[in-house]
Design a protein around this ligand. Structure first.
Ligand code: IMP
Length: 184
């Protein structure tokens, strides 16, 4: 079983479900009567954005952006660029960035600056499923945060290591041997 590569389940499928329903209720209450657009970040926020959108009881639109990723490493290079921009305008709309995880905060700062300077939303907020504060270098306000996570490399529910493990239905920590070359 390739799930054997997981050392510890940090957040179970049921916990993810419960928290996302709660986030959906908060967003529904806060954005009632306004034109809401999700700006979800590929590929990590794919599962989260799909489940969160269904937990929000409001008409909304969903768009995707893609940022350069870590590549095959587990640490951020600190250099970010945009691989895919928005498909629709968000000018004068209430935009909510949907992120999988905020680690150093560098990607989020890059995206925030890009959206504010090129796309002019009426307002911009952040919803991140996971918040890894230990290595934060840039602190932007995260209006909706799902869970705090420790300083460990986590995978599952959209988050990958070398593009794998995104389809695990929970968030887990990989065995250290997985980072070394092996049969995984
Ligand atoms: P930051 O720019 O350092 O905040 O990193 C943000 C991006 O790095 C996230 O959107 C993820 O794609 C990736 N990332 C950061 N930590 C992890 C992790 O523990 N597992 C998988 N991806 C991660």
């Amino acid at each position: 079983m390739w799930r054997d590569a997981i050392q510890q389940v940090l957040i179970s499928e049921a916990e993810l479900h419960r928290r996302i329903q709660a986030l959906g209720r908060m967003i529904t209450a806060d954005y009632r009567g306004s034109e809401l657009v999700f700006v979800a970040v590929l590929k990590g926020a794919l599962m989260f954005s799909a489940d969160l959108a269904r937990a929000v009881d409001l008409p909304l639109t969903i768009d995707y952006v893609a940022l350069s990723s870590y590549g095959d490493r587990q640490v951020s290079s600190g250099r970010v660029h945009l691989l895919k921009d928005l498909s629709e305008t968000i000018a004068n709309k209430h935009a909510l960035i949907i992120e999988d995880i905020v680690d150093t905060g560098i990607s989020l700062q890059y995206l925030w600056n890009h959206l504010m300077s090129h796309h002019h939303p009426a307002d911009l907020n952040v919803c991140a499923l996971l918040n890894k504060r230990a290595r934060r270098r840039v602190d932007l306000p995260i209006k909706y945060a799902g869970f705090e996570v420790p300083d460990a490399f986590v995978v599952g529910y959209g988050l990958d290591f070398q593009q794998r493990y995104r389809n695990l239905p929970f968030i887990g920590i990989l065995h250290p041997e997985v980072f070394a070359p092996g049969p995984w």
